[in-house]
Design a protein around this ligand. Structure first.
Ligand code: ADP
Ligand code: MG
Ligand code: ZN
Length: 631
């Protein structure tokens, strides 16, 4: 059983913390007191004083224990300015002064104060030593106490320990493209500033864990050939109050001296958590101070004159304080997402170089079998396979090792519910194609741009991306109905193909219902209810996106009528989706199979396929009472 060396770590930490600050305060007071309580006199370094003496510039000096004050000659050789310096123990000094004709005298130590002054110099070190021993005894080591306020940033310099380049990162091409641009900024800032382009200050890498955010930042360092300060957000938040913010300050100070350079803050969420979300007690003061300091520093330098670019990474962007995302701070966000099929193969290729592969190994096939794997999972997979091969006493890693490794890794990941099994994948494929087919024929100008069954984020298993081809501010009734039908396309496809439905469509249904509700209650698009607005309670809140639940200050009958209208709108969309999909069942099948294979279908290839969707005759004329025309 592990022994807890300190039953009350928080309390003793606090006490140690306070003791340290008291000690520091006392010491500081010693240094500061002469300035506070005496007239302010310009200070010069001791070496300067000696130079002045040797150059015979000094008129007279008064040598005290803690300070030497001296008056220099002015241009006419008359007594002028008075300066002070801190003495060093120097037995040669009187001789030197005498040789250079300086009039000097010693200042007697003030009587009766020696005891107090002795205490003030002796006690703080004793406290320091006590705290020190306290930490040593707890086995923590004194690092915390030693490095107070110093930034712990590690500086990577080009060429150091096998530099990482963009070639070591794969499967995240869009993010890479963005960062290549950042590297260009740093290499030839002039090229951009000459054009009047503003160099970005902060770039935030956002994406699930293990997708290569940290790796990518290191690659930027390797490519850019500029100093690279790397620190993790958690390292700012430390034992001693006030340390985090002074570390931030120190970090930026160092960086500005070395500009152009990059600061990389990994796990930004550790300091950047929203101040609003930090709870009832006003949150964690320390973290808040650190965050504020970071904001101040980022505002403090102008991207124009010092080329310091702040990179940061997080896998929890939703927890970040919005202040961090404002213009002039991390105004660029780069999505580092899980790789698709091609990306996974590329990543496997990179990591397979580290092991001895048999010729028979088919990395493409392995990539096909690992949807949802992030880069780190794939690196782990290669390593597991190598371990299994070693266990077999094989000299090479074979396909069978990979097969077994996949099972192991998947078992681990399934606990984190990130990986779809074959059946689920199939359902998701049909579901997404269902959305796309319906989306292709309904009125409106949104084009279906991409269908994907690579899991994204926490909720969505797959997605269908529709892009508006022009900016739209107004949508007509037919278009809204079309949107509802499209939303129901996924579920309808599941119904047709599998005869039953899954939980995957719940978000679609929510959105369809909300949309229908808005049509009835705020757009006046219902024949039954007329052109009235029924949702006054909802109007003024910021939730005015249809997502909030509506509490209508209305009669029960009206409420019932609204419910009926909403239901019939959604049901009409459902029927429409069903008939489109039944009519185009062959296309639904082929496209879904294709999607299962490639995981992503997009762009021109997708548009070609979708052109083949036919509108069923009956519905071509009418959609719940509204004439339907394809755009
Ligand atoms: P993150 O910071 O996003 O959590 P890391 O950069 O720490 O992920 O990734 C951990 C390891 O996984 C990397 O060191 C690398 O070996 C591997 N890896 C992750 N993503 C990729 C990728 N896109 N390409 C190649 N290797 C990757
Ligand atoms: Mg990381
Ligand atoms: Zn859906």
């Amino acid at each position: 059983m592990p022994v807890n060396p300190d039953p009350q770590p928080n309390r003793s930490r606090k006490i140690a913390n306070i003791a340290l600050w008291v000690a520091t305060g006392l010491l500081l007071l010693n240094v500061v007191a002469p300035f506070l309580f005496g007239p302010t006199i310009a200070k010069e370094p001791y070496s300067m004083f000696i130079h002045r003496v040797q150059d015979q510039e000094v008129f007279r000096a008064s040598v005290g224990q803690n300070e030497i004050r001296y008056q220099v000659k002015d241009a006419e050789g008359q007594p002028g300015e008075v300066y002070a310096t801190t003495p060093i123990f120097d037995l040669q000094l009187p001789q030197l002064l005498e040789d250079n004709g300086v009039e000097f005298a010693a200042v007697p130590p003030p009587k009766g104060q020696w005891f107090g002054s002795l205490l003030s110099w002796v006690i703080p070190p004793i406290i320091f030593i006590a705290v020190w021993r306290f930490f040593l005894a707890r086995g923590n080591g004194p690092q915390g106490a030693l490095s107070i306020g110093k930034s712990k940033a590690k500086v990577y310099v080009e060429g150091e320990n096998g530099k990482i380049t963009f070639d070591d990162v794969a499967g995240v091409e869009e993010a890479k493209a963005e960062l290549v641009e950042i590297v260009d900024f740093l290499k030839t800032p002039k090229r951009f500033t000459d054009l009047g382009a503003k160099i970005p200050k902060g770039v935030l890498l956002v994406g699930p864990p293990g997708t290569g955010k940290t790796l990518m930042a290191k690659a930027v360092a390797g490519e850019a050939g500029v100093p690279f300060f790397s620190i993790s957000g958690s390292e700012f938040v430390e034992l001693f109050v006030g340390v985090g913010s002074s570390r931030v300050r120190d970090l930026f100070e160092q960086a500005k001296k070395q500009a152009p350079c990059i600061i990389f803050i990994d796990e930004l969420d550790a300091i950047g958590k929203s101040r609003a979300s930090s709870g009832f007690y006003g949150g964690n003061d320390e973290r808040e101070q650190t965050l504020n300091q970071l904001l101040t520093e980022m505002d403090g330098f102008d991207a124009g004159d010092t080329t310091v670019i702040v990179l940061a990474a997080t896998n929890r962007p939703e927890t970040l304080d919005p202040a961090l995302l404002r213009p002039g701070r991390f105004d660029r966000q780069v999505l580092v997402d899980r790789p698709d099929l091609k990306g996974r193969e590329a990543i496997l290729n990179i990591h397979a170089k580290e092991v001895k592969l048999a010729d028979t190994v088919d990395l493409k096939q392995i990539a096909t079998r690992t949807p949802g794997f992030a880069g780190a999972d794939l690196a782990n997979l290669v390593n597991e396979a190598a371990l299994l091969a070693a266990r077999r006493n094989s000299r090479q890693v074979e396909q069978q090792d990979f097969a077994e490794a996949i099972e192991r890794v998947v078992a681990g990941l399934e606990k984190k519910s990130r990986v779809l099994n074959e059946k689920e994948k199939e359902i998701v494929a049909y579901h997404e194609v269902g959305h796309a087919l319906v989306g292709a024929v309904v009125p409106g100008t949104d084009q279906v741009e991409k269908i994907s069954i690579v899991p994204r984020g926490m909720a969505a298993l797959g997605y269908t991306l529709q892009l508006p081809t022009e900016d739209r501010f107004l949508r007509d009734e037919a278009e809204l109905k079309g949107q509802i039908a499209t939303l129901l396309g996924g579920r309808s496809a599941e119904e047709i193909i599998f005869g039953h439905i899954t939980t995957g469509a719940s978000n679609d249904l929510q959105r369809a219902t909300d949309l229908a509700e808005q049509m009835v209650t705020s757009y006046g698009m219902s024949q039954v209810l007329g052109p009235l607005a029924y949702d006054r309670a909802q109007r003024n809140t910021f939730l005015d996106n249809g997502m909030g639940s509506t509490r209508r200050p209305i009669s029960e009958e009206t409420a019932k009528a609204i419910d009926d209208e909403v239901k019939s709108l959604v049901e009409a969309g459902h029927q429409y989706a069903l008939s489109v999909l039944r009519h185009n069942r062959d296309l639904l099948e082929t496209l879904s199979k294709q999607l299962l294979e490639s995981e992503v279908i997009e762009g021109e290839a997708l548009r070609e396929q979708l052109k083949q969707v036919q509108i069923p005759a009956a519905e071509a004329q009418c959609f719940n009472g509204v004439p339907l025309t394809t755009a």
